[in-house]
Design a protein. Structure first.
Length: 192
């Protein structure tokens, strides 16, 4: 998350006001906690990712290398903010799944132009973002997903990493999530 001075100021003011109201009016605090807990429960119920990959698939994916005639796209999340809310990911509009913090997806694709669309599971379509890029044969690209918090909802932010050593370090400690359509293992998509 990119913390701007405005976001920090709003957070500090909201915390102080919330603490004051909570201690001054305990009944009000209890009444306000109930809808917040319900909202959080709804967000978590919208999390519907693919299955977690087995140890062999994880080990192979963490090599961060593609066959000479193919390319690989990795999409990962490691951030804290909104980390347990699912982020829906679609590669070329064909492969779809969802990741939370400390998880990643990997798609083996044809070399060329590709697009990755990201949207928070509880976010509106207006907050969805699409990233377009080229990837060469034998090349891998890692898209590190962050969440930019706005006043009402967060929007995904893409950061590309193509250096293998840096990408392997970033992926360490993450678990592989499979695409929802398990019939496509390993995940392969054609160029668009």
């Amino acid at each position: 998350m990119k913390m701007t001075p405005l976001n920090i100021s709003i957070f500090v003011v909201a915390s102080i006001v919330g603490l004051y109201l909570g201690f001054a009016y305990p009944l009000l605090a209890i009444l306000l906690v109930i809808p917040v807990v319900g909202f959080v429960a709804i967000i978590f119920m919208r999390n519907k990712s693919g299955a977690v990959g087995d140890a062999v698939a994880l080990s192979e994916a963490l090599q961060f290398s593609a066959p000479t005639d193919k390319s690989r796209i990795y999409v990962m999340r490691k951030g804290f903010v909104g980390g347990q809310q699912g982020m829906n990911i679609a590669v070329n509009g064909v492969l779809e799944s969802q990741i939370r913090s400390k998880y990643f997806l990997m798609a083996e694709v044809e070399p060329g132009k590709h697009s990755v669309k990201a949207k928070m599971s509880s976010g509106s379509e207006s907050a969805a973002r699409t990233h377009h890029f080229d990837v060469a044969a034998g090349e891998c690209v890692l898209l590190d997903m962050k969440l930019n918090m706005g006043a009402l909802q967060g929007t995904p932010d893409f950061t590309e990493e193509r250096d293998a050593a840096q990408a392997k370090q970033m992926l360490s400690g993450c678990k592989l999530i499979l695409w929802k359509d398990a019939a496509r293992e390993p995940a392969t998509v054609s160029q668009r």
